[in-house]
Design a protein around this ligand. Sequence first.
Ligand SMILES: *Cc1c(COP(=O)(O)O)cnc(C)c1O
Length: 450
Amino acid sequence: MGAQEDTGFSTRQVHAGAQAAPASPRTTPIYLTAGFTFSDLDESAAHFSTGSGFGYSRTGNPTVQAVEERIASLEGGDQAILVSSGQAAVTVALLGLLDAGDHIVVSEHIYEGTRGLLLDNLSRLGITVTFVETADLDAWRAAIRPRTKALFAETLSNARNDVLDVSAVAAIGAERGIPLVVDSTFTTPYLLRPIEHGAALVVHSASKFLAGQGAVLGGVIVDDGRFDAAASGHLSPHLVGTDRLGGPSYAEKHGRRARGAYLRESVAPRFGPSPSPLNAFLIGQGVETLSLRVERQSANALAVAHWLESRPEVERVDYVGLPSHPHHALGRRYLARGSGSVFTVTLRGGLEAARHVVQSVRLITHMTHLGDVRSLILHPQSTSHSARTVAERERAGVFPGTLRLSIGIEDVDDIVADLAQALEGLASLARGGDRTDAADRGTVREVAVL
Ligand SMILES: *Cc1c(COP(=O)(O)O)cnc(C)c1O
């Protein structure tokens, strides 16, 4: 990887982590194997004591490693750990920081799976959460307690498209040695690299933009390699204390890489959400076109958002790329290359208008996913945000008439034409003309699929 370190993003997305030995495969092969043979006893002993080489795919695999090196390079991080899903990435990152009885401060505007993990699962370990408004810096600071071990937020949130002021929140954590963990799924390292702004850990659902084509699930955690035992050791007894046999601590063995080493050696392989080498390969292939896709998706999304905002059927469009968005200025500071492809539009006609549109689109796919090359649509109130109260939904920008769009790489005129024909039907819906027809086509499934 060394030769690519000072090259540009698009160069690194195709070269970083790739092997280039003469007469070897140009793509990193899929090492679809549970384990690797040892040549002698010393080699197996060395693998078990120092982690050298490859032994078993749960602790290391060449296909997985190539993707990890590529993503670490793109994020400007020290090391990346690939896991089986975005949900696993969030879980592993938090289990690497929090003990039973600890506390975490979290933006209120987060992915429902993460919210559920905190409220239903980590709560069973006695881990408590304080939710704060993303932009309220005083609230972040005021929420910190003696046992606060992490701050957590998403770079760009669903549904309101709030932008995280990464450096401001990271600085609040740094005052007490508390790491900021950022879920950067919506922005990808092409649009924003939180580690450059002070975040300690970045997590992604690689199922979304990184893989990009909706074929696989995956997740990744990137560590900044800046663990400071003097500033953060008191919050991390598992990193600065001796090991179970009285041996040296992670901090003694790995220095500033201690946090990443602990995630790689102790959390991910023990809790066990290992990525399949086949899925890793597909994520690596996806990453090779990341900049091209996200650039196009951001341009398409901006055009679609502008168009929607001008339509009489539309009450509001929450896209940070639009000057009307309250975080537009902050977005321009952090998202110079584009504002991503995911945003919400709220229709004046409420639930029935939303139902009509998701059931009338032809090109745009009605499904729960995002960051795909294809444009997708979903009704958050009845799906991703159904486990929230009405007041919580309204604070998140989710109303009965709200639809989430994830804009793909199609020709933008075709996306707009599809939405136009779907909105056209709203006029006849308002007159009562389309009512039976819409009812015949069934109801929006009111199932929470995260
Ligand atoms: C999808 C998503 C996740 C969870 O990722 P999976 O790969 O579906 O497990 C986490 N955070 C955000 C922001 C997401 O969009």
